[in-house]
Write a protein that binds this ligand. Structure first.
Ligand SMILES: NC(=O)c1ccc[n+]([C@@H]2O[C@H](COP(=O)([O-])OP(=O)(O)OC[C@H]3O[C@@H](n4cnc5c(N)ncnc54)[C@H](OP(=O)(O)O)[C@@H]3O)[C@@H](O)[C@H]2O)c1
Length: 320
């Protein structure tokens, strides 16, 4: 197997190509020849030494892939060699081969190329599980922070397809406009506009999907309407902030935090099944993967530089 891994904690340049034994295939595992691997912010944190893989996961980064099944464990029932699939991983996607439990795999959605599919799973599972946590429903108002990101760009599309009224923040007028092209009623340039003002003028948000964390906590609470739910999934703006419990109690707000990577297999399998049931039928007519750029696996460092440049809209993929 060929894989890309940090030689030591550090900047993008520490990502180097390495060779090792093929992954072991357990009874319920599929061995997948990778066509594309999604690059996620968590991979950059792992590269820096801040986000170690959970126990049992491969040490090299990569939370999602697309590819072709090349071998099956002895107890696998649902998949055949030759199937084109996507998989949710706890790590190890930056490789030409991955082994993954069959319950974390879905078929490549019809109408999507094998490569583009490589960037779907992590965002789709994140959006589906957090919409469930927030009890997001048609007719509600959704505010998505980081509407230009891999998760945010998918969240906008799924929210719109579900019949929600969607607002989305992004950096700069062009990126805010692209959120509107994805179906957001209003893209908000977080550099020059106050999202609280914009969203409150429209009656407030029932659900906020937040990737910023501490820096937005107080403003997020103000942007929620009574009985609204804030789901925090990222901490790009820090981990510690003061929470006004008076506002939470008086307006009966909910503040939820979630992660996907470290959940038990059964939880993840249920999420993957939910994505297959609820999101896959929306792809590609209402929900499209947005591939910003692809890089050969050997140039993973450039892919990380691109992700960290702030110019990406959608997903960056690695091609082994
Ligand atoms: N908890 C979980 O289970 C889970 C799962 C997946 C991802 N995540 C986390 O969710 C976050 C987003 O993931 P991703 O894959 O979408 O990352 P991404 O593609 O890198 O997108 C991050 C986005 O954040 C936006 N952003 C930066 N500063 C902002 C600000 N002040 N206000 C609003 N938006 C801002 C950027 O948009 P602009 O450049 O346009 O400002 C960028 O598009 C990451 O922190 C990731 O670790 C968590």
């Amino acid at each position: 197997m060929i894989f890309s891994t940090p030689s030591a904690p550090g900047g993008p340049e520490v990502l180097t190509l390495a060779q090792g034994p093929d992954p072991a295939v357990a009874d319920r595992d599929l061995l997948i020849r990778v066509a594309a691997a999604g690059v996620n912010r968590a991979d950059a944190l792992q590269r820096q030494g801040h986000y170690p893989p959970p126990p049992g996961a491969p040490a090299h980064p990569g939370l999602e892939v697309s590819g072709t099944v090349v071998a099956r464990g002895t107890a696998v029932s649902r998949w055949q060699v030759g199937d084109e699939v996507v998989a949710l991983l706890a790590g190890g996607g930056y490789a030409d081969l991955v082994a993954v439990h069959e319950s974390l795999v879905l078929p490549v959605p019809e109408g999507v190329s094998l490569v583009d599919a490589g960037g779907l799973m992590e965002a789709a599972c994140t959006v589906w599980s957090n919409f469930q946590a927030a009890d997001a429903r048609a007719g509600q108002t959704l505010l998505v922070h980081g509407g230009s990101g891999g998760v945010g760009s998918l969240a906008i599309q799924v929210g719109v397809a579900m019949g929600m009224r969607v607002f989305a923040t992004a950096g700069g007028p062009a990126r805010a406009a692209r959120c509107e092209e994805l179906g957001a009623q209003r893209g908000i340039d977080h550099r020059t506009e106050d999202f609280v003002e914009v969203v409150r003028e429209a009656g407030g948000a029932d659900v906020i999907l937040d990737v910023i964390g501490a820096a937005y906590l107080e403003r997020n609470l103000r942007a929620l309407r009574t009985e609204g739910t804030l789901v925090v999934i990222g901490m790009q703006g820090g981990v510690k902030a003061e929470l006004n419990l008076g506002a939470v109690l008086a307006r009966r707000l909910r503040v939820i935090g979630t992660t996907l990577r470290s959940r038990p297999l059964e939880d993840k399998a249920a999420i993957v099944a939910g994505v297959g049931r609820d999101i896959w039928p929306l792809v590609p007519h209402a929900v499209r993967p947005l591939t910003h750029a692809t890089y050969p696996l050997a140039r993973a460092a450039e892919a990380h530089r691109a992700l960290e440049s702030g110019d990406v809209f959608g997903k960056v993929l690695l091609l082994p």
